[in-house]
Design a protein around this ligand. Structure first.
Ligand SMILES: C[S@@+](CC[C@H](N)C(=O)[O-])C[C@H]1O[C@@H](n2cnc3c(N)ncnc32)[C@H](O)[C@@H]1O
Length: 308
């Protein structure tokens, strides 16, 4: 399993990442345009009637798109990170949403509760993604829809290596298999990407309908199988915490490599002939870019002057 595809590791990762998540991470990798295109594959026509669950809601960026379609008081935001949730709670347009700490793979809701389930950019951290999608199916009503948005395993071998070291980037076929196994019908999907990304299949938004009330077929067996894995103790207290710390550190380093890679791809997009309306860099991103440029220039100049 990948370095950050664990609940405790994801928890500690977001403890500090939440400080610059909205300024640096989302505007590069999960833009408003991607969010709107993804949400648009869901049927929101019943608007005010719909009860919605947003899982792995984080700082509320996707919820900010949902509130354009459904009143905030109809939305429950669930996340395992209090730090991420605190940032969502202070956003004025999310004031009337309800917030709940919890686990995507063990949702604290009864069967057949919601009309819509949305989860964006969270599956990457789930140790048992099928279980999370089984839970999505379980908590929505018959005829309800679940929307899952997540990255697709990169085609470029270097990006793929870093991505797979970091967390779960499922091949596209896995998303279809998760939805099929859970029993969803009327499955539809679209691809989303930031403008600087030339890979059309950078991320997928996939939606399915629940055809019958209750739990998904095979739910109890799959849940029992993953419960055994979860309960398995690995080493003593020290060993477990050393493993946790090293996974968070190395996993964060792998994750952070994506920031300069994405910034570089952003500035070179016009030269590379990547099509798409440019989503401009914000102040913080420009500051990081200038910092990285200055650092690179410093090392280049130092290497050149040393040779002489
Ligand atoms: C990349 S952020 C996405 C946040 C938000 N959906 C958005 O659109 O910006 C991933 C979020 O998933 C949460 N998360 C990871 N594993 C989780 C789990 N097992 N249960 C609930 N939330 C989880 C993290 O705490 C984090 O806030």
């Amino acid at each position: 399993m990948r370095l950050m595809q664990h609940k405790r590791e994801a928890f500690w990762f977001y403890r500090y990442l939440s400080n610059f998540y909205d300024k640096l991470v989302n505007p590069l990798f999960w833009t408003a345009r991607m969010r709107e295109k993804s949400l648009d594959i869901v049927d929101w026509s019943a608007g005010r009637q719909l009860q919605v669950l947003d899982v792995g809601s984080g700082t509320g960026f996707t919820t900010q798109g949902i509130v354009k379609r459904v009143p905030a008081r109809n939305i429950i935001c669930l996340d395992q990170s209090p730090q991420q949730m605190e940032r969502a709670m202070v956003k004025p347009e999310l004031e009337d949403c309800r917030f709940r700490l919890g686990d995507a793979e063990n949702l604290p809701f009864a069967d057949d509760t919601f009309d819509r389930y949305v989860s964006a950019g969270s599956i990457e951290y789930w140790p048992n993604p099928q279980r999370g999608i089984d839970e999505a199916y379980r908590v929505i009503k018959e005829g309800g829809q679940a929307l899952m948005i997540g990255p697709i395993e990169p085609a470029n071998p270097i990006s793929r290596f870093i991505a797979n070291a970091w967390m779960l980037f499922p091949p596209e076929s896995d998303y279809h298999a998760y939805f099929r196994t859970a029993g969803f019908t009327e499955v539809d999907w679209t691809y989303v990407r930031p403008h600087w990304q030339d890979n059309e299949r950078y991320a997928i938004a996939i939606v399915g309908t629940k055809p019958a009330p209750g739990k998904p077929p095979g739910y109890a067996e799959r849940k029992a199988a993953t419960a055994v894995v979860e309960a398995e103790p690995r080493g003593g207290w020290l060993g477990r915490n050393l493993l946790l710390t090293s996974r968070v550190l190395v996993g964060s380093a792998a994750g952070f490599l994506f920031i300069p890679m994405a910034l570089l791809a952003h500035v070179t997009a016009p030269i590379r002939g990547v099509e798409g309306e440019v989503e401009p860099l914000n102040r913080e991103q420009k500051a990081v870019l200038i910092g990285l440029g200055a650092l690179t220039a410093f090392f280049v100049v130092r290497a050149l002057t040393r040779k002489r």
